[in-house]
Write a protein that binds this ligand. Structure first.
Ligand SMILES: [Zn+2]
Length: 465
């Protein structure tokens, strides 16, 4: 008998964490961080399961909302094996080290403020430190190629398929026997839309008894990628031609490399007006190096560029600014700059100082190329707030704002339906990783399109398969 309980990404898009119990074997699928409103308290709350009893932790991909509580899991007693693809292993390391640094800075600031109020003891220690992250990578890891089997127990094996979401991303297939009958559970992880810019589309699943599928965009369809690329190019060209600057709040993983690939293409084709291009994110600079390390995990076109000795993510105009002083000196460039900086949702990082200096100016443009979670500064800007507070200062949102969602690393409603359609033998279909209203709409569409009943997972409530 198998039992599944969601301890995150249940009617929300962050904090992915799903516990699968098959007899005495406990497998945790992802252990991610909660982000957005109320995220912090949820991350600090103890796990509502016994971390020491988990035998295996499978990581679908290296986004923080899927890996951000792994160090905490170890602190709470997990000593099992961690399973992931090789790129996920490498990317997880840079993501978690970066996150530990941010947590430390946040902790120092909060403590300083609390001390002035005489409430120093109310501030929690950081969720994890760089030391915890180093310890995590000394644990037992088992990396898998796509569709390579890994035996967890006499009757249980796990394999990973390409989820087409970011480099190295995977869906998880758990095969087991119940009273000598073969059974299968699939967890989608985050599924990418087909026809992505730099990676291959998700692999198909032929059969499964149960599917736990993400529903981030279960309620809508994206604009076609081609349209989004055109919109992006037009916004960039128009802004530069009017001597404005382009700010691109970007996620360090995948989105940054897609933007670099596109800008490189524009440059090669002579479409990019004279400008300075800055990749102003130490994390994105490191991530881009990893993308160059695994061309085999990228699309044929990118792999080809790499094979003939071209760097697919660089071109003559591009400057990478790892050091803080180099980042600050970008403020001296008054016109015709394209600045790619994190964080993608404007919750911190170098994009904050660029927004502070440039958001007010109607000549400038901010292009959002990723999902903005409720409660983030990015969401407030795209929702049209007239003024936003940055580093304690009220800034008017005078710049032109573009939201280009066709780059999304997530499949849209149609893509998800088409990914589910070929799966034979589905008896249980559960929705995870989505906001409640979107999940309800998605469940209705699934019923109409596939005649399947979808169950919306609730936090902490188990489902028996
Ligand atoms: Zn993701």
């Amino acid at each position: 008998m198998a039992k599944v309980t969601s301890y995150g990404a249940a009617q929300t898009v962050t904090g992915s964490c799903h516990l699968v119990k098959i007899n005495s074997i406990h497998i945790l699928i992802d252990c991610g961080m909660f982000q957005g409103d109320g995220g912090s308290e949820r991350n600090y709350a103890p796990f509502e399961f016994d971390a020491a009893k988990i035998n295996y932790l499978v990581l679908t991909h290296a986004h923080l909302d899927h890996i951000g509580r792994v160090a905490k899991l170890i602190k709470e007693g997990f000593c099992g094996e961690i399973i992931a693809t090789q790129p996920t292993y490498d990317i997880a390391k840079i993501m978690l080290l970066d996150s530990a640094k941010i947590l430390k800075e946040e902790y120092k600031t909060l403590r300083r403020k609390a001390r002035r109020r005489g409430e120093e003891e109310t501030v929690f220690e950081p969720l994890y430190t760089e030391d915890h992250v180093h310890q995590l990578f000394e644990k037992k890891w088992h990396t898998l190629e796509y569709f390579e089997h890994h035996k967890l127990h006499q009757h249980i094996r796990v394999s990973l398929g390409n989820a087409g979401h970011i480099m190295g991303s995977a869906f998880v297939i758990i095969d087991y026997h119940e009273k000598s009958e073969a059974k299968r559970i699939v967890f989608s992880g985050d599924i990418g839309s087909p026809h992505r810019l730099i990676i291959d589309s998700a692999d198909a699943v032929d059969k499964s008894d149960a599917l736990f599928i993400e529903s981030t965009y279960g309620d809508r369809n994206h604009k076609p990628l081609r349209e989004s690329i055109d919109e992006f190019k037009k916004a960039v060209i128009a802004t530069l031609e009017h001597d404005g600057n382009v700010l691109i709040p970007s996620f360090a993983l995948e989105r940054t490399q897609e933007i670099l690939w596109l800008l490189r293409e524009m440059y090669e084709d002579g479409e990019l007006p004279k400008c300075h291009v800055y990749l102003d994110s130490p994390l994105a600079i490191k991530a881009t190096k990893l993308y160059n390390k695994y061309p085999i995990h990228l699309s044929d076109e990118v792999e080809f560029q790499s094979s003939i000795g071209n760097d697919p993510f660089s071109f003559e105009l591009l400057e990478t600014t790892s050091k803080r002083e180099d980042s600050l000196s970008i403020n001296n460039v008054k016109k015709r700059a394209i600045i790619i900086a994190g964080s993608g949702m404007c919750t911190g990082g170098r994009i904050m100082h660029h927004l502070k200096h440039r958001l007010w100016n109607p000549k400038n443009t901010v292009i959002f190329v990723g999902y903005q979670v409720k409660g983030t500064l990015g969401r407030r800007i795209i929702d049209g707030e007239k003024f936003v507070k940055i580093y304690g200062e009220e800034i008017i949102t005078g710049a032109k704002i573009y939201t280009i969602n066709g780059f999304s690393a997530h499949a849209d409603q149609n893509d998800l339906i088409e990914w589910i359609r070929p799966i034979k033998g589905l008896k249980t279909l559960c929705l995870i990783h989505g906001e409640t209203e979107k999940m309800q709409l998605f469940a209705t569409t699934i019923k109409e399109a596939l005649n399947l009943d979808a169950h919306i997972m609730e936090y902490g409530v188990s489902i028996t398969l």
